[in-house]
Design a protein around this ligand. Sequence first.
Ligand SMILES: [Mg+2]
Length: 237
Amino acid sequence: MIALPERRTQQILFFDADDTLWENNIYFERAIASFISYLDHREHTPEEVREHLNHCERRTIAAYGYGLRSFRQSLVTCFEQLSSAPVTAERHARIVSFAQSIADQEIELMPAVAETLADLASRHQLLMVTKGDPTEQRDKLERSGLAPHFSAVEVLYEKHESAYRVLVEGHGCEPARTWMIGNSPRSDINPALAAGLNAVFIPHDFTWVLEHETVDQAAPGQILLELPTFADLSSHF
Ligand SMILES: [Mg+2]
């Protein structure tokens, strides 16, 4: 007989949003695929164009932060730098439409998220901790219908170790009872562990390439769980 994991009581659970609560990166991947075929480069392969777009995105994000406006800017910059054709008003409109297709998406929750969050909220304190454009992220939360489960919503500029420390301090969280739950090793798991929190890694098959990183080990006294699905949270918390 397999022993069930012991459920912890009264924990503080921080939830990532994009690709943890709802789909996000798949829409970007589709938009990027459309952009690459529109660019239709004669010399660079699609992989090379993608590589250059990643480079443009890193630079835009460093200057303007995450969000659709940055993504739109990255597409325009990438086109300007790789195409011999000028960015006419018509081409600009076309490029912008690839980013707009993402904004027009309905919120698509990951499997079992609605019922699992409702269950967890009955026993624990839940906070949403995401990064990106605050207006875009809060709008997605509203449309998701999940807002009532969270006691607080934090949209950070970047999810690094010091941001987690400020968050824990600001909300008076006890690190030993606090968990960061998400799909990104780079933004959710590693910096939260570095800040002394516990973490739950729920991998997503299509995590954004800029979020890839090797998952760190938990230090003694901290716990890192890796769960295959969101619904598995209910067995541990
Ligand atoms: Mg995420």
